[in-house]
Design a protein around this ligand. Structure first.
Ligand SMILES: [Fe+2]
Ligand SMILES: [Fe+2]
Length: 244
């Protein structure tokens, strides 16, 4: 198993492992490393991926420098190797939103974790990440995303999931492939709040979307986010009409 490293924005690295057996076309599992005075890892990856992902991360920095490990929601691909990362990085603090800490992280982390409030900014020294609560978007009630202000990078977690092993960074269409994956897997909790939650992310006007499964995106990310919000609003309307 091999994990590839690509710099998708200045000093923001995508650690990508392609698993060909997931779904009909395979799926990439991407963690992101933000290099700063206090480096941050967004998502741990599954425990089985830890040897490959940590080897890749070690090509970028001494893992003992890691100061933060952050999450969007609780699932194995986001959180599985939490224990392994905390063991290799003794100065790292695990952090999540208030709900995620209460229902999971405070119990599972081997040392005190840090709950971030909605909108709270963590100064990493050279990079600043803001926590954005996005309950049930893409799924799970603890869901939230991170936005890095200096590079205008939004870490979208499972939003924009698309299959296969596409390039690390795309300037092309990622909405079409994301809609195909959504229609195939149905992974998003399409509630009445979903569209509005995604439009709030668009209002940040990100320049880069760091996508957990598939290509990251560089370009007019606000338009791309608005398109995805339109799709979910439309999906909800159709579902409700069909059930009326
Ligand atoms: Fe997920
Ligand atoms: Fe995921």
């Amino acid at each position: 198993m091999d994990t590839r490293v690509d710099e998708i924005a200045e000093r923001i690295y995508r650690l990508s492992t392609f698993l060909p057996g997931v779904g009909p076309n395979g799926l990439t599992f991407n963690q992101f490393l933000v290099d700063a005075e206090e480096p941050l890892l967004f998502h741990c990856g599954q425990r089985a991926l830890y040897p490959a992902v940590s080897r890749a991360a070690a090509r970028i920095m001494d893992l003992r420098r890691l100061r933060w490990v952050a999450f969007s929601h609780i699932e194995a691909d986001e959180c599985g190797a939490l224990g392994e990362w905390l063991a290799v990085a003794p100065q790292a603090t695990a952090s999540h939103g208030a709900i995620g800490c209460a229902i999971w992280l405070n119990d599972q982390a081997s040392r005190p974790s840090r709950a971030l409030a909605d909108g709270e900014v963590v100064d990493l020294g050279g990079r600043r990440v803001r926590r954005l609560d996005t309950p049930h978007v893409p799924h799970c009630w603890d869901a939230g995303l991170l936005y890095e202000e200096a590079t205008a990078t939004l870490f979208t977690s499972d939003l924009f999931t698309h299959a296969g092993d596409p390039p690390a960074l795309s300037r092309g269409d990622i909405v079409g492939p994301a809609i195909s994956a959504e229609n195939q897997f149905g992974f998003t909790a399409v509630t009445p709040a979903a569209g509005a939650t995604i439009r709030r992310l668009a209002a940040l006007q990100p320049r880069t979307l760091a996508v957990m499964h598939g290509s990251s995106f560089s370009g007019d990310a606000a338009t791309v986010l608005d398109s995805l919000a339109d799709f979910y609003d439309d999906r909800l309307r159709k579902d409700l009409t069909a059930r009326a």
